[in-house]
Design a protein around this ligand. Structure first.
Ligand SMILES: [Zn+2]
Length: 487
């Protein structure tokens, strides 16, 4: 073992859950309220009368607004189902245990489901539960950090995959998207949770799935080594083939991953026809999946959770900020920069005070002399907004720059004038949101829920599968707010 072995024990602890994390309050506008209403306390009579008066007023007001809605809204019905409507979990017809199929369409920005005719995705939405204004990714809104947050319930600072590429400051070891050494991958992904409890999982690609951890040994035939050239149809067909196994051998948890429409979004930006076509293709694959499950008589038994990892925003080279423009205030050597854009990440050499670097960079950026300077703000990581949860790991460089939507940072001026798309920005930007669409026995039909962060999904899956989950940043009460009660 080399010096890097220290990393395996350098697990960032403790892991705050949302109930105990005080910073959660700052995210409450973004996240789904997880408070389960408790029975009201007994009130004295005067208070009761006052409350009754308020209730009558409220009832009158809501009746008035309901009428207004009925007459003014173009929709067919003013009634929107919620899980409080008395729906209860449906029992399994054919399978002898619950099965969750987690599907990721990379870079499926919230709203793409309206870009093309998507009859199959719409079928899942109409008969399932959807985050009405999308799923909120974690910061940075990049592929590897987010996919691993979805399956661990942890923010990147706690699961260790703080970027798609980064350097461990202790050992100098480099993480990239092909790194499978468990020293990088902290936390407990769902496939490991299940393997540790003697249950089965199958992964048709997912960041981290090839990492041998705990009882998860990436079993042959049930854990596909990543190969982006495998046709999407083949991936769907392999997932379907697991349902031909005897019921007791069907894995409890399956993952399915598609690189699109992220691929097209980067090339041409989110508004191009190529993205529309990619979305239609993904919808066709969902149709192939539904058809295969129906043929096997298990469509209503299987829980399908369809998500993306992040959104996409268009950017053009006129929205650039060049670090060389800051030379009058401070020179930033290339060796200090671990990521230029969109999460500008800087680790200065040891003899340089990061506070001073931040101060000088911000002075230059605000001087009015740096092109687009006002669209970048530098922070010591511990001073970043708490809602980003992006400081509690030594892997995160000490200085982070936050960019306005669609802007990019480059070291020096170039003649490039390309336009395309990117992601990785502040997860508060609506363009970074993705989808959450869930269909299955524990999800209400036609239910809309408010947006929530993807770290909640691990606990939802653990609840559906009736397994105790590992400690994570999600809220233990969240599943009750989104799942139908068991019959
Ligand atoms: Zn991605």
């Amino acid at each position: 073992m080399g010096p890097e072995s220290a990393l395996t024990t350098a697990k960032p602890t403790p892991i705050p859950t949302q109930e105990e994390d005080p910073s959660h309050q700052s995210t409450s506008l973004l996240t789904f309220s997880t408070e389960v209403p408790s029975s009201p306390p007994h009130k004295p009579t005067a208070t009761a009368i006052f409350i009754a008066l308020i209730l009558v007023t409220c009832a009158a007001l809501s009746a008035a607004s309901a009428f207004a809605f009925l007459f003014l809204s173009p929709g067919k019905s003013a009634h929107r189902p919620s899980i409080k409507d008395g729906q209860a979990a449906r029992s399994l017809k054919k399978l002898d245990h619950p099965v969750v199929l987690l599907i990721s369409a990379d870079g499926f920005r919230f709203g793409y489901q309206y870009k093309a005719p998507t009859p199959n995705i719409r079928r899942l939405i109409a008969n399932g539960t959807e985050a009405e204004t999308g799923l909120i990714p974690v910061f940075p809104t990049l592929t590897f950090p987010n996919h691993y947050s979805i399956v661990t319930g942890l923010y990147p600072a706690y699961h260790g995959i703080i970027n798609n590429n980064f350097v461990d400051p202790r050992s100098g070891a480099v993480f990239n998207m092909g790194s499978h050494d468990p020293k990088w991958w902290l936390g407990e992904p769902m496939w490991e949770t299940l393997a540790n409890q003697g249950l089965k999982a199958a992964t048709y690609f997912w960041p981290g799935s090839e990492v041998i951890k705990g009882s998860w040994d990436c079993p042959k035939g049930f854990c596909m080594p990543y190969n982006g050239s495998v046709p999407f149809e083949d991936r769907v067909d392999t997932i379907l083939s697991y349902f031909d196994l005897p019921s007791s051998e069907i894995p409890e948890f399956l993952t399915l991953y598609f690189e699109d429409p992220d691929h097209q979004g980067h090339l041409v930006g989110p508004d191009d026809l190529q993205v529309t076509e990619a979305v239609a293709h993904i919808d066709g694959l969902i149709g192939r999946l539904i058809g295969g499950l129906e043929k096997r008589g298990v469509f209503e038994d299987v829980t399908i959770i369809m998500v993306g990892d992040h959104g996409m925003v268009g950017n053009c080279d006129k929205k650039l900020i060049f670090l060389e423009d800051l030379a009058e205030w401070i020179k930033i050597p290339a060796e200090w920069v671990s990521d230029y854009t969109p999460a500008l990440s800087i680790r200065p050499s040891k003899d340089v005070d990061p506070t001073e670097v931040v101060a000088k960079m911000n002075e230059g950026l605000r001087s009015g002399k740096v092109k687009n300077g006002k669209n970048l703000k530098m922070y010591l990581k511990e001073d970043l907004p708490r809602r980003l949860h992006y400081s509690d790991s030594e892997r995160i460089p000490p200085i982070i720059g936050m960019l306005d939507e669609g802007f990019k940072v480059e070291p020096k001026r170039t003649a490039a004038q390309e336009c395309g798309g990117s992601h990785g920005y502040d997860n508060a930007f609506f363009s970074m949101r993705t989808i959450f669409i869930a269909h299955g026995p524990r999800f209400g039909r036609g239910v809309k829920v408010p947006s929530f962060e993807n770290v909640q999904i691990y606990n939802v899956i653990a609840s559906i599968l009736n397994v105790p989950g590992a400690p994570n940043n999600g809220s233990w009460s969240f599943p009750r707010s989104i799942l139908l009660p068991e019959a």
